[in-house]
Design a protein around this ligand. Structure first.
Ligand SMILES: C[S@@+](CC[C@H](N)C(=O)[O-])C[C@H]1O[C@@H](n2cnc3c(N)ncnc32)[C@H](O)[C@@H]1O
Length: 362
């Protein structure tokens, strides 16, 4: 059991700041901020600037990051992306008084602060760029990295196949740069919980900074410097995890721990880049005897160029990232452990020729 949770964040409160008049904002207006972040947020569906929200009624709300939606105007302290004509993105953190330089051209941050998300801005040499608040997928590709991050295509699929839902209690390892942690946090919501392990202090530090910058403080994240190969500790309440999600080199070492830490019906998911890793993982799942419905797949996304009548697949794509293996923790008995002869039979019956023969003779 965990008795000390050194990296638990505590719930935020909301503050309201008076902001100076700006063409994009009415005079004497107030912006609503989540404490610890610079980005203003909406409150109870209010969009944009509130000139009437009394401070006390906002503070009482006790909101967390998932109830906080970014407003439509770019603000000092937030990380935005400038996008050029070719779609290339450049990240910068807005700071009043600073100047952004790009290929010998400049733009003062003050010209970006207060402008609507999605605005076209002109640099000193005439270059036009879009100023955008990044999507989650754009953000993870440009955020500072310790470890290699998962690609958006995998970040999209993993929560779906792990069936991560609002209120779920999820165990994750390793934290890496925090991309998957954020994807999980966004889904479990304020009632859920993510416990994440990584051995490396430097990676965890980068990850927590990335997470904090994008989501604000996350009271429902527990980040620990521990090896998942050595075990998965339940929290003090002893409640098992609903989901175990792994992106580390040897997930098969975690399988026996996942078998204990998951609730019945819970889901195990791991991501690995090579086939031998998949084989070891699936064998470990079979050995554990409590996992069924084991499935392994990969995803390929091929983008297309659509230019008038020239409609064709793009020349480049991310052809390989990794394999996702999913399994459910179930009562043993119905789904047995496969024998060597089962494997040989499966290899034969799954081949296209065998399927063809079956069809021809039936
Ligand atoms: C590929 S990175 C994870 C990237 C992460 N999913 C992301 O999207 O940002 C793998 C991480 O696993 C961590 N790791 C390796 N062995 C570990 C172990 N036994 N327990 C916990 N974390 C481990 C590494 O330090 C590294 O940060």
């Amino acid at each position: 059991m965990l008795t000390d949770l050194p990296h638990v964040f505590f719930p935020r409160v909301i503050s309201v700041r008076e902001v100076p008049a700006h063409p994009a904002r009415p005079e004497n207006s107030r912006l609503i901020f989540c404490e610890g972040t610079q980005a203003p947020v909406n409150y109870s569906g209010l969009v944009g600037v509130s000139s009437t929200m009394p401070r006390t009624s906002v503070a009482k709300g006790g909101m967390n990051h998932l109830e906080c939606r970014p407003m439509s105007h770019l603000t000092t302290g937030e990380r935005i992306h400038l996008v050029d004509k070719k779609g290339r993105q450049y990240a910068l953190t807005l700071k009043a008084g600073e100047i952004y330089q790009f290929s010998g051209q400049k733009i003062p941050h003050d010209e970006l602060i207060g402008r609507p998300d999605g605005t076209v801005v002109t640099l000193s040499g005439g270059k036009k760029m879009l100023a955008l608040r990044p999507t989650f997928g754009d953000y993870v590709l440009k955020m500072p990295r310790g470890a290699q991050v998962l690609y958006p295509k995998d970040l999209a699929l993993i929560p779906m196949w792990a069936d991560v839902y609002p209120g779920a209690r999820v165990f994750e390892a390793g934290t890496g740069s925090g991309a998957l942690t954020m994807a999980l946090l966004r889904l479990v919501g304020p009632q859920g919980l993510v416990v994440t392990y990584d051995l490396r202090e430097d990676f965890a530090k980068t990850a927590l900074a990335n997470i904090n910058r994008y989501l604000g403080p996350t009271p429902n994240l527990v980040s620990l410097r521990k090896s998942a190969y050595e075990g998965i500790d339940l929290l003090e309440d002893g409640v098992p995890f609903d989901r175990v999600v792994l992106d580390l080199p040897e997930p098969w070492q975690v399988v026996p721990h996942a078998a204990k830490a998951l609730r019945s019906g819970g889901i195990y998911l791991s991501f690995v880049p090579t086939v031998p890793q998949v084989v070891q993982t699936v064998e470990a799942l079979e050995r554990a005897k409590v996992f069924g419905m084991v499935e392994t797949f990969e995803s390929l996304i091929r983008t297309w160029s659509v230019l008038g009548r020239s409609v064709r697949p793009d020349h480049r794509m991310v052809a390989h990232s990794g394999f996702i293996t999913v399994a459910r923790k179930v009562e043993p008995g119905l789904l047995g452990v496969r024998s060597e002869s089962d494997s040989a039979e499966a290899a034969f019956s799954d081949s296209p020729d065998a399927i063809g023969m079956e069809e021809a003779t039936s």
